[in-house]
Ligand binder design. Structure first.
Ligand code: SF4
Length: 245
């Protein structure tokens, strides 16, 4: 339990706690952690790696070229801007520790964050606007982004979600000081709640159990990879470097 006080909270850890505190405990306190290795997760990983290679100017793998080509066409490289693929920013204000691994940051007059989505669903603007990932990614950039742009202000920052299966439906969300203050309250409150939690109760919404890797442990029901939802495949990719102490 002491380890949790040194934990850097990522979108994965926060989402897991919001979904079910007991799931969070199983994963991050008791260490009962599964890595998903499904075909969807593999394709998502390959796609992310190729996007990283592209923005580093390295040769592509040649896999999933329909997805990679759609993303490259969507976001042509512009001269005069700096491209930082798979870039991690950590923030520690003495009361909370946060970590974000951004799929891509573009620095010019503004700071543009891009997040690749490889799930089956079309990006949902309304859902994404209030999603803890959006709030954490924008907040952490505004709070700690001085390391990449000295004079950064919340109003300079935006995040765009892009799913290459839906190239005409990117979702862009702009940031400002008002949202920054609201997000600070939300995120610090959530981290404080986790650090004070001594029970880590199972969720009351047992519909979530059908999509959880601990369904057998909690309910004696079988777990199959096919039942674990797309979001978890996304999260399992993000876990690769985000979960850290
Ligand atoms: S099976 Fe249900 S109660 Fe158990 S950890 Fe998963 S979501 Fe929580």
């Amino acid at each position: 339990m002491e380890d949790i006080k040194r934990m850097y909270f990522s979108q994965t850890t926060l989402k897991t706690y919001l979904s079910c505190p007991y799931r969070f405990k199983n994963r991050y306190i008791d260490g009962l952690y599964w890595r998903f290795d499904s075909p969807s997760a593999k394709e998502g990983s390959e796609f992310h790696l190729d996007m990283r290679r592209h923005f580093l100017g390295l040769p592509l793998s040649g896999k999933n070229m329909d997805l990679v080509s759609a993303a490259i066409s969507f976001l042509p490289i512009e001269p005069g801007k700096e491209y930082l693929p798979e870039y991690t920013i950590r923030y520690n204000n003495g009361e909370m520790r946060l970590t974000v691994r951004y799929d891509l940051i573009i620095i010019g007059e503004t700071v543009e964050i891009y997040d690749w989505k490889a799930e089956a669903a079309r990006p949902n603007a309304e859902k994404l606007r209030d999603d803890i990932q959006t709030r954490l990614y924008l907040y952490t950039m505004a709070a700690a982004g001085k390391t990449i742009k000295e004079d950064i202000r919340p109003s300079d920052i935006s995040i765009t979600y892009f799913n290459p299966s839906y190239p005409s439906s990117p979702v862009r969300i702009d940031y400002d000081s008002y949202r920054f203050e609201k997000d600070e309250i939300k995120i610090s409150g959530l981290v404080s709640q986790i650090l004070k939690d001594t029970e880590f109760k199972p969720t009351d919404d047992r519909r979530k159990c059908a999509y959880c890797e601990y369904n057998r442990l909690c309910n004696g029901k079988p777990v199959s990879l096919d039942s674990i939802d797309d979001q978890d495949f996304e999260l399992s990719w993000d876990d690769i470097e985000e979960i850290s102490f």
